[in-house]
Unconditional design. Structure first.
Length: 268
C-alpha cells in the first residue's frame, strides 16, 4: 500500500524510506559528488559572491567555505521536495544537486525556488535528464513484457534538455541557461548497477510502479541488458544524463544578470 493519492507521480513514503535506507547502510555518493563538483565549477565561472545560500543537495557542495558567504541553509528537502518552506526573497543563491528530478511538478517547484530568491539572485541546479538509465529502462521493459504480460514504469520520467530553458523562463527566471553532460559508468552486471542505485537512494519511487518483479523477469532483463548494450570485456554501461539549469531572479529595474545560451556537452 502507498500513502500517495493516485494523482501523485511519486510515492512520497517510498521515496523517504529509500533515502533513509541509503543513509543507514552507507550512502553510495560518488555520482552525486561528481555532479556536485561540476555544479560548483559553473559557480566559479560566474565569479560572484552570494551571502545567503540555500543548498538543496544530496551531498555537501562546500558553499559555506566560499568567499563572501555569510550563511548557508543546508540539506536536501527530505520532508517533501515539492515544497520549499522559506520566506520570499530570502536567498542570494539556491543550489540544488540531484534533487529536482524527484519533483512531480517541476514547473511549480521552479516557481517556488524563484520566489525565495532575492532580486538578482541565482538558481543553479543539476538534475537527471531524459536519457538517464536508458539501457536499464529498455531491458526491464522488454523483460517485463515477456515475463509478466505487461509493463509498469521503472525509471522516473525526467525533463528533456530541449525543454529545460523554457521551463525556467515559464517559472519567471531571467537569462535561462540549460546545458547537459553525459556520464557513463560501467558495471559487471545489471544487479551491481541496481545495488548502486539502492545505495544512492535513487531506486524506483513511482506511485504506479510494480512492487515486485519475478526472478525470471530480472534474469531476462539482465540477459537483454548484456546482449544489447554489453561491451567486449563483459561489462555493461549505465548512462546518466545530467541537466544543469541556471536562472536569475529578475531585478525590478530589468537589468540583465547574465546571458542565455544553451550547449550540449557529452562526457564519458
Amino acid at each position: 500500500m502507498t500513502d500517495s493519492p493516485p494523482s501523485l507521480l511519486f510515492d512520497r513514503r517510498a521515496w523517504r524510506l529509500h533515502r533513509a535506507r541509503a543513509a543507514r547502510q552507507g550512502v553510495v555518493d560518488f555520482l552525486h559528488r561528481e555532479v556536485g563538483e561540476r555544479l560548483v565549477d559553473r559557480l566559479d565561472v560566474i565569479g560572484r559572491e552570494f551571502p545567503r545560500v540555500l543548498d538543496l543537495s544530496t551531498a555537501d557542495l562546500g558553499l559555506a567555505r566560499r568567499p563572501g558567504t555569510q550563511r548557508v541553509i543546508s540539506g536536501e528537502i527530505v520532508s517533501d521536495p515539492e515544497l520549499v518552506p522559506f520566506r520570499e526573497a530570502s536567498f542570494d543563491l539556491v543550489a540544488s544537486n540531484l534533487v529536482l528530478h524527484w519533483v512531480g511538478d517541476l514547473p511549480g517547484a521552479l516557481v517556488q525556488l524563484r520566489r525565495v530568491l532575492r532580486p538578482g539572485g541565482l538558481l543553479l541546479a543539476a538534475l537527471f535528464g531524459g536519457q538517464t538509465l536508458v539501457e536499464l529502462r529498455t531491458a526491464l521493459f522488454e523483460a517485463e513484457l515477456a515475463e509478466e504480460g505487461g509493463v509498469s514504469p521503472h525509471v522516473s520520467p525526467t525533463a528533456e534538455l530541449a525543454d529545460a530553458a523554457a521551463l525556467l523562463q515559464r517559472a519567471g527566471f531571467a537569462d535561462p541557461v540549460a546545458d547537459g553532460e553525459t556520464i557513463t559508468i560501467t558495471y559487471p552486471d545489471m544487479l551491481a548497477l541496481m545495488r548502486d542505485l539502492r545505495g544512492m537512494g535513487e531506486t524506483n519511487a513511482l506511485a504506479a510502479r510494480r512492487r515486485f518483479l519475478r526472478r525470471a523477469t530480472l534474469a531476462r532483463a539482465g540477459a537483454i541488458y548484456a546482449e544489447r548494450f554489453g561491451a567486449l570485456d563483459g561489462r555493461i554501461p549505465a548512462t546518466f544524463e545530467v541537466l544543469f539549469l541556471t536562472g536569475w531572479a529578475p531585478r525590478p529595474d530589468g537589468a540583465q544578470s547574465g546571458s542565455g545560451t544553451r550547449r550540449v556537452i557529452a562526457q564519458h
